[in-house]
Design a protein around this ligand. Structure first.
Ligand SMILES: Cc1ncc(C[n+]2csc(CCOP(=O)(O)OP(=O)(O)O)c2C)c(N)n1
Ligand SMILES: [Mg+2]
Length: 575
């Protein structure tokens, strides 16, 4: 096995990834990874994004894969470089995002011998990857080239398969790591005719067995008190219309998390989070049938309300085999594509059912919207920031929303909107890490502008992501809610532990956001009121470079605002 063999095999590997459809990869610098990185960079169909920090690279790839709904490869050198991918790999596993992780390693004779930059990389990510392969070292015989092509296809299709997620291939690479002459490409018989991948694999279309559909139709016809709950699901532009059609035909309110893209149309209830906080409303609206699509929404009141109705019939439509059911209430899990199931179900319901049940939800939602607007007043508080984005963002925009209060405020305060922009978030493991990098990854794959709504601690956590995005010439409009610490913790009992709360839980840091922006060549603006935020956002969207629009808020006041909103909503509901 020579360096020439290595390059020939890796060229075939990259060729097959491209034939399968791979269009993006992230590379990071190193010596051991040279053959791997050069082979990807020389494959013209794959756009390579160069990253210094592998942790940023992993999250960038994650955001790119989410926004493009396609696998993305990441390639790095040996040692802790590979370990830096771990958080993104874990998030990709939990959120079911296809990543192809390619790590360079020493050959077997240099492992566990004190050779430099060598750690045990075998199964480094444990159960967070769907498939691990120790690729080994090989001569570029026709058999091995064929195997390499199959390996690339299998990596790609496995990452994308039914429950998408990351795969890890560990490449033993022996010195010398660069060629001493031109690559004899004629030594490779090449791939299949017509740019076809060596192995093709059409997507599995999960149709529902007729008996299961009959059962569902009967259940819906028998139960007027049903709800349709949508969380983030596999990207499908037809899903919102299908959800709307079913909700309308069944007379069921549509409780759609903004991440589902389905909070639109007359059946959608925007403020279910605030409504279900009211015990009287939640009890009076206990469901008899719950049809759930995709992930569970973040809303805690919604989750508790569902968990509190174990005697209702809960049916999950779960195309990715995620089994999201912490309360153990699901009675049926349908491993089918949701859109055709909802469409067929809607078509089978003979008469449209209106009446008291949906009317009472819609009346409550209207009352909640009025009460929220009144309680928020004209101040630029945290809920108002989320609400403004919900109204103001152009339909072509993508909102990447950080964990902690931003994702919750978007869920609680976004209106129903026919042309709702796309919303993405790292909700697999709910981490605050890697958010800036992931948003830049989404920007690399988006035709429209990408807006990042993020808290200060999350920004500090991935401050390097600002530099990574700038280095790639990408731009974001960042709306930074700066309450100098973790505002979310003020809602928890730990806020009552004064000896350690500020320093060890809230963790104020005094970040100078203008200086952080300057470090990354970005612009900075302060917004002090709703009009100021709208104007700053418009300017940020029009600029060719990243802008941080900073909104300064107070953590304690934020709790009071949220409680005032919830109380106002409760008061506005009929007794
Ligand atoms: C990687 C990681 N570390 C720690 C946490 C726990 N955590 C959840 S929210 C939060 C604070 C976030 O603060 P900030 O981004 O400022 O948002 P805010 O709570 O102020 O809205 C922390 C540390 C986490 N989710 N992920
Ligand atoms: Mg904060």
């Amino acid at each position: 096995m020579t360096t020439h063999d290595t390059y020939l095999l890796l060229r075939a590997f990259a060729d097959e990834l491209a034939r399968c459809g791979l269009r993006a990869a992230c590379t990071s610098p190193g010596s051991r990874s040279t053959p791997l990185v050069l082979s990807l960079a020389r494959e013209r169909r794959i756009r390579c994004f160069s990253h210094i920090d592998e942790r940023c690279a992993g999250f960038f790839a994650l955001g790119l894969a989410k926004a493009s709904a396609a696998p993305v490869a990441v390639a790095c050198t040996s040692g802790t470089a590979a370990a830096e991918y771990a958080p993104a790999v874990i998030e990709a596993h939990e959120a079911r995002v296809p990543l192809i992780v390619l790590t360079a390693d020493r050959p077997p004779e240099l492992r566990d011998t004190g050779a430099g930059q060598t750690i045990d990389q075998v199964k480094l990510y444990g159960s967070a990857v769907k498939w691990f392969v120790e690729v080994g070292t090989h001569a570029a015989t026709p058999e091995r080239l064929r195997w390499m092509r199959t390996l690339a296809c299998r990596a790609y299709w496995t990452a994308l398969g039914r429950r998408p997620g990351p795969v890890h291939l560990n490449f033993a690479l022996r010195e010398p790591l660069v060629l001493d002459g031109p690559l004899d490409v004629a030594a490779d018989p090449g791939g299949r005719e017509g740019e076809r991948p060596w192995v093709t694999r059409p997507p599995v279309v999960g149709h529902l067995a007729p008996a299961a559909l009959d059962g569902l139709v009967a259940a819906v016809e028998a139960e007027p008190r049903g709800v349709l709950v949508l969380g983030r699901a596999e990207h499908d532009p037809e899903l919102p219309a299908a959800a709307q059609a079913l909700a309308h035909a069944a007379g069921y309110p549509l409780l759609a998390d903004t991440l589902s893209g389905a909070r639109r149309g007359p059946a959608a209830i925007a403020h279910y989070d605030a409504l279900l906080r009211d015990p009287a409303f939640a009890a009076a609206h206990a469901p008899g049938l719950v049809i759930r699509v995709g992930d569970l929404p973040a809303s805690k009141p919604l989750r508790e309300w569902l968990a509190g109705a174990p005697d209702a019939l809960h049916v999950g439509i779960d195309p990715e085999d995620a089994w999201q059911d912490p309360a153990g209430v699901l009675a049926t899990v349908l491993p089918a594509d949701p859109t055709p199931v909802l469409e067929q179900l809607a078509a089978r319901l003979t008469r449209s059912r209106a009446g008291g049940w949906p009317a009472s939800w819609h009346d409550a939602d209207r009352r909640a919207a009025g009460a929220i607007a009144e309680a928020l007043g004209d101040e630029l508080n945290e809920p108002r920031v989320a609400a403004e984005l919900g109204v103001r963002l152009p339909p072509s925009a993508t909102l990447f929303v950080a964990s902690s209060m931003p994702v919750r405020d978007v869920e609680t305060f976004w209106p129903v909107r026919a042309d709702a922009p796309r919303v993405l978030s790292n909700r697999g493991a709910n981490g605050i890490d890697g958010t800036v990098s992931a948003a830049f990854g989404a920007a690399a794959a988006s035709a429209g502008p990408v807006v990042l709504l993020i808290g200060d601690v999350a920004l500090v956590h991935d401050i390097g992501g600002l530099l990574a995005g700038a280095r790639l010439g990408l731009r974001l409009a960042i709306v930074l809610v700066n309450n100098d610490g973790g505002g979310i913790f003020h809602f928890l009992p730990v806020a009552g532990e004064p000896d350690a709360f500020e320093e060890h839980v809230a963790t104020p840091h005094g970040l100078d956001a203008a200086a952080a922006a300057a470090l990354a060549g970005a612009d900075h603006e302060l917004a002090a009121d709703p009009a100021g935020l709208r104007a700053a956002l418009d300017r940020a969207l029009a600029r060719p470079r990243t802008t941080i629009v900073e909104v300064r808020t107070d953590r304690a006041a934020n709790v009071a605002v949220h409680r005032a909103v919830w109380a106002a909503v409760a008061r506005a509901l009929p007794a």
